[in-house]
Design a binder for this molecule. Structure first.
Ligand code: ADP
Ligand code: ADP
Length: 238
């Protein structure tokens, strides 16, 4: 099992659980959408997987290794296998598209090399090829601040892929996008997940879009799982 989450719990304060009794497994190749209203705990859940959030209880096994127990170099190594995509893209706006994607290699190259922005020809070619697959080959040298939101998120996808991750975590990747760009971004995310035989976990709050792309949906409310199953089984109450 790629990911095995057991009795995960998170309390930011003493009063309230942000996550409670979260247990599920994710197999390689799944395109899992976590759905729920704002404040349900989606972000906390996804960020617990790469330890941007420290859970207060339970375990998360990634390739049979408990991520809640690792620190330092082991944690960096683990994070290098998990690509992250953010709602607000988190790109370097003054830097061009190609370099933003190459930055995805930071987890792999030495600090010295990355400081000077030196990348191998092979890495450059890989970055260009990734940008082609998401239709950005004509924008390689544009600064990312000149792009539309949908284009920026496609850069975000390429940067995550540049890490050669096993798992992609996308935290509300389309929450800032218009409907058309949202479809484009979701389509590319689904396509690369399938083509590269990756596994993807996406936080969304739009049920319709979730149903169209997910191979499986987990619904959460007030920090607890209220639905886990195939998209067609999701009803309005869940
Ligand atoms: P979602 O992503 O579904 O909107 P979150 O995981 O962001 O939900 O939030 C779940 C709950 O945890 C909410 O009640 C939120 O206010 C709370 N929360 C999130 N981050 C923090 C934090 N850093 N400190 C305190 N409470 C937080
Ligand atoms: P977004 O919708 O972009 O995730 P949020 O407003 O939910 O933004 O959260 C922004 C930041 O504030 C996150 O780092 C989150 O962990 C933190 N946060 C959310 N809710 C709380 C809270 N109740 N107390 C403290 N920090 C919070």
């Amino acid at each position: 099992m790629l990911l095995d989450i057991k009795q995960l719990e998170k309390k930011y304060t003493d009063k309230q659980y942000a996550l409670k009794n979260i247990t599920f497994q994710v197999a390689k190749g799944e395109f899992l959408v976590i759905i729920g209203p704002s404040g349900a705990g989606k972000s906390t859940l996804i960020r617990s997987i790469n330890q941007l959030v420290k859970p207060t209880g339970g375990n998360i096994y990634f390739n049979n290794e408990d991520v809640t127990a690792v620190t330092g170099a082991a944690l960096r190594k683990l994070r290098s296998r998990i690509g992250m995509i953010f709602q607000h893209y988190n790109l370097i706006s003054r830097t061009n598209v190609l370099k933003n994607v190459l930055h995805g290699r930071l987890g792999k190259v030495s600090a010295l090399t990355s400081t000077f922005g030196l990348y191998s020809q092979e890495e450059r070619e890989k970055a260009v090829a990734l940008l082609k697959t998401v239709g950005l080959e004509e924008h390689l040298y544009k600064k990312t601040k000149e792009l539309s939101g949908g284009q920026m998120q496609r850069v975000g996808i390429c940067r995550a892929l540049m890490q050669e991750p096993q798992l992609i975590l996308a935290d509300e990747p389309i929450a800032s996008l218009d409907p058309k760009s949202s479809e484009t971004v979701m389509s590319y995310l689904k396509k690369v997940t399938e083509e590269q035989q990756l596994t993807c976990i996406v936080n969304l709050h739009q049920v319709e879009i979730a149903k169209r792309y997910a191979t499986r949906i987990i619904g959460i409310r007030a920090g607890e799982i209220v639905f886990d199953g195939r998209p067609e089984a999701l009803t309005e109450e869940a």
